[in-house]
Design a protein. Sequence first.
Lengths: 215, 197
Amino acid sequence: MTALIALFWRDLRRAWGSGALWLPIVFFLLVATAFPFAVGPDAPLLSRTGGGMVWVAALLAALLPIDRLVRPDKETGVLDQLAVRGFADEVVAAVKIAAHAFGFGLPLLAALLPAAALLAQDAARVEMLATGLAIAIPALASLAVLSAALTANLKGGSAIGGLLVLPLAVPLLIFGAGMLDPSGRGAVKLLGAASLLLTVIGPFAAGAALRGLRE
Amino acid sequence: MSEADLLLRLDRVACVRGDRLVFEGVSLALARGGALWLRGPNGAGKSSLIRLAAGLLRAAAGTVERRERIALIDEGAALDPELPLRRALDFWARIDTIDGPRVTEAMDAMGLAPLAEVPVAMLSTGQRKRAAMARVIASGAPIWLLDEPANGMDEAAKARLVAAIAKHRGNGGAVLLASHFALDIAELAELDMGALA
């Protein structure tokens, strides 16, 4: 357990040291600032569409650091050293998912408040957005690590990685944005189910991809 | 070699990379205090055999038996480039659940004490190899798998490497070494991978 905690903190330190702390915040604020320019200063329209924009931005924020999640550890031999020490690839993947969830998730939730204000989201919608994102962040992290592991051997992997995980993230977007609809009260349960499924599958799928990197 | 002293055994293993058969029918055994030098030209399969012994590659045929923990040096030093050397080594000490003095001893053995606060990214190739060797020494693993450990090292560093190997063997460890060139290691068995290709 001590070793796993050390691995988690190391991944978290590297994530925040490499810009993952401020990148989602800047990204969110850029999206939130640019969106009203695109749709015009119509507050009711912004309020209605801004929540969905936050969800799209959250997905993209999760995918921003794909290049830094697995590839450096493969190139420097860290993954091999962990395998030699008997760490199962699935466990390594699970730790990376947890570290990524904290690494981008906490800054993302912090960035939600100013982004929501710029997008004319009222308090009730901000609360639902925060709840939805908190539920979805482990799944988004899971998809990001899976994508990073699948593309670690490819040049320009992050672009391909985005294409790979986008279809898998669609249920999160649908149910997450659905929570904001007054008639979509069941969406939170569906979002939870989709997030749970992706979070559970993620370490096994990403672990298999990590194993494939050694062959 | 008694069965009780055996640490590593490869029995008629074959290695396939992509569609290419790299080698087949290779058998070797390492007991406590033993050392084996894998030699041969580029592409002969030295690194593949090391990775196979480490469990990083699956044998296409044959069996690999490891009876103790393994420490590995290969192409990458596995040290975070942004960290000072000491902190980078301390990470692996935490992973291996070993204490700080062991890391200090290992750094001293490889002459790395003056570089403790230097970021890994600033180290030369030879210094990184010494750092990787310090990681291996500190791990306390009985089986050392060393793939080109002396690459980039100067003569003084090579002498430290040879001394570390001798001490490890004296403490009951075993070493499987892949190298292009000979190191001045006593009682060293050889396996010519070039002859198998």
